[in-house]
Design a protein around this ligand. Sequence first.
Ligand code: HEC
Ligand code: HEC
Ligand code: HEC
Ligand code: HEC
Ligand code: HEC
Ligand code: HEC
Ligand code: HEC
Ligand code: HEC
Ligand code: HEC
Ligand code: HEC
Length: 506
Amino acid sequence: MKRVLLAAFLLLAGCETRDVDQRPPTYADEVGVVLVDACAECHGPVAPEADYDVTSFYASIGCVTDGRAAVLPPDASAPVVAVLSRDDHAGLVEPGELALLTTWVTTGATDQGGAQHPPGFMDPRGESFHGWDLREDSWDLLYDPTLPGACGQCHEGSPTRPEGAGISTSIPDCTTCHDGPGGVLDCATCHGNGAQAFPPRDVCYFGDRAGEGGAHATHDTEGYDCVDCHGERDDQVGRGGLHGNGSVEVEFGEFAGGADASYDAATGACTVYCHTRGGTLETPRWVEDTGPLDCQSCHLSPPTDHFVGPCNLCHTEANADGTALSGGPLHLNGVVDFGDGSGGCGGCHGAGGDDAWPRTHAHDGHREPTVALQASCESCHPVPMELDDPGHMDGVVQIVLTGLAAARGVEPVYDDAANTCVVACHGEGLEGAAVPLPVWTAPEEVAGRCNACHGLPPAAPHPDFEGCASTLCHGGEVSHPPGGPEITEAGRTIHVDGMIDFGGAP
Ligand code: HEC
Ligand code: HEC
Ligand code: HEC
Ligand code: HEC
Ligand code: HEC
Ligand code: HEC
Ligand code: HEC
Ligand code: HEC
Ligand code: HEC
Ligand code: HEC
């Protein structure tokens, strides 16, 4: 801080005795106009040639494509001067203008002619840059407006200003340049680049001080926040907390594993919930292993000794062979999700939640039958209580036909190859069925057909009488709308119940 004040004082004192013409040329006064007139056509802000833009001071001292600063070294070999004697740039400026540009570069390529601050106040490459002294003094001049030299004494937009401080239009507001949402204290001001709030900074200006970007950009793209890896930070920098104390602390939040997670500062290796799951790169190093990571990196895909079957049978977001994700909300959300993530039996087969009924083949007909009550899973499958019960999720669909299927002494059989059922419910042992062996994968053959499972009416000795709804026989169980007979709501409780009923529904 002392250095800034002293320099400022010397400049102020010098200014009173110095002739205006002896001042070094500045971008604001003369140089900017020349550069914009002669060069902006090709070196404007949009897609400039050689990545070099002359239309603002900060850009004009920036770097050309190969990373050399346009205004360094401070002599005629600096690219911005040297290029003007190249054939492709010859004659672009008058000799007087060339001299002006050369002097500008040799005197430090300064911004303004103001006397308040030293030359180079705007250039992070030099020690006079306005950030460095602030840093050295823990930003006191930002926060305590009573200190001599406190920025707020003269500048609008400083984080604190003395009470009743006036506004001088000749002094730039800090926020003319620090125009992010947080003004000077925007997160990108001290460790970022433009709107990017995390390291690295622009190497052109900050060189060795730009910092290591490591995997910051990747995690930012994936939506992780500073708190996930650094914990909460005070907005006020350098006020005694961890923020701006001169060292970088990595403190993992809940998501990364909290206290169970660790970071090895010596190697940069992270041991965290997100990565350390048995994959080929379980403890990635922050700077060396910035990705891209493949599906085998964090966990194997599938994990060792995993369930058989296509992944998307049990994980909605994975493709069948475990090489891609759909990008939905379940992956890396902190929970091992199966199915649709609902946690219910319907997550993998069924309509989600607790509805575990697959919507496949003849399941629909048994879930919402029009001639009987809903069949239970138990009548065709052993039903697991827990996911990992034996037989469940082993890659084989267990079929064990019981209950109604075995009524009337029938020995039920499911033929796995033909997908056919021999069961009492479909009329095994009854006469005249049009579909004696129903096929699981062809439910349309049975649906809506009264004669699919037994004759309509059954063969003699059954009376050959189509009015089965007669009150004497099956009244109440069957109704006779014009389209053909139907089983009534009440009738479903006794139709296909394993017993031949007479006399109507209860
Ligand atoms: C008609 C277009 C045009 C104009 C006008 C022009 N330049 Fe260029 N400039 C270029 C092109 C094209 C290149 C890149 C050449 C190359 O790839 O080497 C370039 C490159 C440069 C470079 C990089 C040199 C290096 O060493 O890599 C600088 C510095 C530069 N120009 C400065 C200026 C300045 C200063 C002016 C105005 C006095 C100016 N240019 C005017 C087209 C132009
Ligand atoms: C005594 C009044 C005063 C104080 C205190 C002051 N400034 Fe300035 N500042 C000015 C004036 C006047 C200018 C206009 C240019 C000039 O005269 O140097 C200026 C210009 C600037 C510029 C623009 C420089 C350029 O070349 O475009 C920056 C950056 C700046 N000040 C930052 C600061 C910071 C940071 C602090 C606190 C550490 C600070 N100033 C404290 C008066 C002050
Ligand atoms: C003419 C433009 C301009 C003005 C005005 C300006 N700054 Fe800056 N300031 C910059 C640039 C450029 C940087 C480099 C970092 C960046 O790109 O954001 C910077 C960086 C900083 C930093 C970060 C330094 C570090 O330690 O990394 C602080 C703090 C800062 N300015 C404070 C101020 C304050 C306070 C004011 C007003 C008193 C001010 N600046 C006015 C352009 C300006
Ligand atoms: C996924 C974890 C993670 C996230 C998210 C993250 N960081 Fe970091 N950050 C690290 C690690 C690891 C380091 C390296 C620490 C070391 O060993 O120096 C680091 C280093 C830093 C450094 C000092 C390194 C340098 O080169 O300057 C700063 C400053 C920093 N982070 C700021 C941020 C900010 C600001 C955010 C949010 C915008 C953020 N980080 C988000 C993990 C993270
Ligand atoms: C005035 C300068 C300044 C501003 C503004 C600033 N930081 Fe920092 N920050 C630093 C410095 C310096 C470090 C480097 C490590 C240290 O000294 O603590 C840092 C480091 C960090 C780190 C890494 C962990 C640590 O403390 O070392 C995080 C996270 C962080 N800043 C978040 C933020 C966020 C979020 C914002 C915006 C709300 C912000 N910073 C604004 C100066 C600043
Ligand atoms: C950065 C490490 C990482 C990478 C890379 C990664 N995963 Fe994961 N994956 C996890 C973590 C951590 C879990 C634990 C559950 C959670 O939080 O979602 C997980 C869980 C899963 C699950 C179980 C369902 C779930 O979401 O919980 C599947 C399936 C899966 N990953 C597939 C993939 C596929 C496919 C790829 C490649 C496109 C992939 N993973 C790449 C970290 C990773
Ligand atoms: C039959 C169902 C089923 C299939 C098929 C299946 N998974 Fe899983 N998966 C699960 C269940 C259940 C869990 C959670 C319990 C466990 O980890 O054992 C799980 C957990 C996971 C996890 C999280 C492991 C961790 O880090 O905790 C990953 C990763 C995963 N599966 C990937 C896959 C991939 C990749 C495939 C396809 C190649 C696949 N799964 C196929 C049922 C299945
Ligand atoms: C009427 C007998 C029957 C009923 C009732 C039944 N299933 Fe099935 N289920 C089958 C048959 C037959 C298959 C096909 C087996 C094959 O592929 O060989 C099957 C296949 C399955 C499959 C494998 C995937 C598929 O869609 O083919 C699952 C999962 C399943 N059933 C779950 C259930 C659940 C859960 C219930 C109860 C909510 C249920 N089933 C009710 C007979 C039935
Ligand atoms: C992680 C996905 C998943 C979840 C969750 C799940 N199942 Fe299954 N289930 C399957 C798969 C895959 C099959 C296919 C057959 C096999 O591999 O055993 C199956 C088959 C079945 C079958 C057919 C019989 C069998 O085991 O083959 C029934 C019944 C069944 N599940 C009931 C349930 C019930 C009840 C729940 C809830 C406790 C449930 N399922 C939760 C994946 C799941
Ligand atoms: C899925 C096969 C199946 C279909 C389709 C079917 N039935 Fe039946 N029906 C049976 C079986 C099996 C019985 C034997 C008794 C029992 O188990 O209820 C039966 C018995 C009956 C009886 C005797 C009363 C009773 O409940 O025992 C009547 C009447 C009857 N069915 C009418 C119909 C009519 C009308 C239709 C068309 C709307 C129809 N059935 C469709 C399987 C079927």
